[in-house]
Design a protein around this ligand. Structure first.
Ligand SMILES: *[C@@H]1O[C@H](CO)[C@@H](O)[C@H](O)[C@H]1NC(C)=O
Ligand SMILES: *[C@@H]1O[C@H](CO)[C@@H](O)[C@H](O)[C@H]1NC(C)=O
Ligand SMILES: *[C@@H]1O[C@H](CO)[C@@H](O)[C@H](O)[C@H]1NC(C)=O
Ligand SMILES: *[C@@H]1O[C@H](CO)[C@@H](O)[C@H](O)[C@H]1NC(C)=O
Ligand SMILES: *[C@@H]1O[C@H](CO)[C@@H](O)[C@H](O)[C@H]1NC(C)=O
Length: 429
């Protein structure tokens, strides 16, 4: 294989072939190298050339470009990939380090160098066997869930990070959850999982590198939680008005069934669906309401919401009531007043006895003249003396009473005088 690279005459070549081949050569430690995507990989390499020669340049080619370039690394060019680092030297170590291996790095990588004696011609040689690079992804295997079943709260899940390369010594796996480092080591155990464990999991070859594996989404399912009921407009409702209740809860999968209960002597289902609207509220619509939510992992009751319905009178009824109340009061007061007036007259007014009347107990009666204006239609006003008798049988200590009968129209024109019983002359009659 060295023949094509070394220009020698056939005779010299035949004579020196073993020596020449041992003088120009490149040795690759590994024909096959498996590298994880995103990791860095060392391609170990050694090279040999005739003594007293000096190495002029070193290059690494990839794929079809191992003889003429363009090269992935070239000591004679500034314009090569920064991911390719020559970690060898200008003597015999031609190792190459490839950083952040990409899928496009797969394939054969070969070393080429030029060397010559001082002042002499410079020859080049390519170690065309090369090292073949295989680029692998990290894969994650999930255990603990049966088939397609998504994990639910309380389950245990085991995630294992592995690589197709089966690279020896690659034990420093790092686990990531939503971009945060969560664990180091090839296996991630999640036990008694809760919804907080939901996330996108991936692994990488080490903690310094971002995740390079496939991404496993873990979506932990759970029964309803965080239930709350909102009331609009408020828990105090006027009869005839309306109110609405809205039930909310977090659940995975989403709540499948909403049931509204009203507590009374017995519980009754008053509605389904996330909202309960009650219009034209009656007094009996007041009470305790509960929302119950259900998904396939469980059900949950809300706390009790108490609706109070206030009796409400329409305006016209209220006015009618006020008028009725005022009327009743007026009538009552009038009746009381009249009753009082009539009784007062009975107790306070002396009995008037016309002279024409016979007085039974003449001893206790006095007759006295009073002037009365008797209205006569024909002759006009005339004055005549009329006697009136006052009966003192009624128990009165003080007869100084004003007979307030002016308003009494039955006693037309009679003038009453203040009379004291005591004076003796009055008894002469
Ligand atoms: C590489 O760059 C340096 C400075 O940037 C320059 O001096 C040198 O000539 C360049 N070499 C090549 C081969 O382009
Ligand atoms: C070549 O150099 C690399 C990096 O310095 C080193 O890891 C490797 O062991 C060396 N190879 C030999 C054969 O000495
Ligand atoms: C699982 O977690 C829940 C809440 O995080 C806790 O109440 C329960 O006791 C745990 N069960 C076990 C077996 O650890
Ligand atoms: C997980 O990845 C999916 C798909 O890229 C994305 O839609 C989702 O938001 C991610 N979840 C989290 C918690 O980042
Ligand atoms: C939820 O509420 C319903 C109706 O009030 C009742 O029958 C049921 O027992 C309650 N369940 C729980 C777990 O409290």
């Amino acid at each position: 294989m060295c023949i094509q690279h070394v220009q020698l005459s056939w005779t010299v070549m035949l004579l020196l072939l073993p020596g020449v081949c041992s003088q120009w050569r490149v040795e690759y430690e590994q024909q096959q190298i498996c590298a994880l995507k995103g990791s860095s990989v060392l391609v170990p390499c050694s090279f040999y050339y005739p003594s007293r020669m000096k190495v002029q340049s070193v290059k690494w080619g990839h794929g079809d470009h191992i003889y003429l370039g363009p090269f992935m690394y070239d000591s004679e060019s500034n314009n090569t990939s920064p991911r390719y680092q020559y970690v060898g030297d200008a003597l015999h170590n031609c190792s190459l380090k490839i950083q952040e291996v990409e899928q496009s790095d797969a394939g054969k990588h070969a070393f080429r160098f030029t060397a010559g004696r001082a002042g002499g011609p410079v020859d080049g040689y390519t170690g065309s066997a090369g090292s073949r690079l295989e680029v692998a992804d990290l894969t994650i295997t999930v255990e603990g869930t049966d088939g397609d079943e998504t994990p639910k709260e309380g389950d245990a899940v085991k995630l294992t990070c592995s690589n197709q390369c089966d690279v020896n010594g690659l034990s420093s796996f790092t686990w990531w959850k939503d971009g945060q480092l969560v664990h180091e080591g090839p296996v991630l155990h999640l036990s008694n999982i809760s919804y907080t464990d939901s996330g996108n999991y991936s692994c990488s070859p080490n903690a310094q590198r971002r995740p390079t594996s496939e991404v496993i989404a873990i979506d932990v399912e759970y029964g309803p939680k965080n239930i709350w009921v909102s009331v609009r407009p408020s828990t105090d409702v006027d009869a005839g008005g309306s109110f609405g209740l809205v039930c909310s809860s977090t659940a995975k999968p989403a709540v499948e069934d909403y049931t509204w209960f009203k507590r009374g002597d017995s519980e009754v289902i008053v509605g389904n669906g996330p909202e309960l609207n009650v219009v034209d509220v009656h007094l009996q619509d007041g009470g305790q309401y509960i929302c119950r939510v259900t998904n396939k992992h469980g059900r949950l009751n809300s706390s009790v919401v108490t609706i109070k319905v206030k009796a409400y009178w329409p305006t016209f009824t209220r006015d009618a009531l006020i008028i009725a109340a005022v009327a009743t009061l007026t009538v009552t007061v009038t009746i009381l007043f009249i009753t009082r007036r009539c009784c007062k007259r009975k107790t306070r007014a002396p009995r008037i006895i016309r002279e024409t009347e016979r007085v039974e107990d003449a001893e206790n009666a006095i007759y006295l003249p009073v002037f009365a204006n008797v209205q006569s239609e024909a002759e006009g006003s005339t004055t005549e003396i009329v006697y009136a008798a006052l009966d003192f049988n009624q128990k009165k200590s003080n007869m100084q009473q004003q007979a307030d009968i002016e308003e009494d129209e039955d006693d037309d024109g009679v003038i009453y005088s203040t009379v004291l019983k005591k004076p003796a002359y009055m008894k002469q009659k």
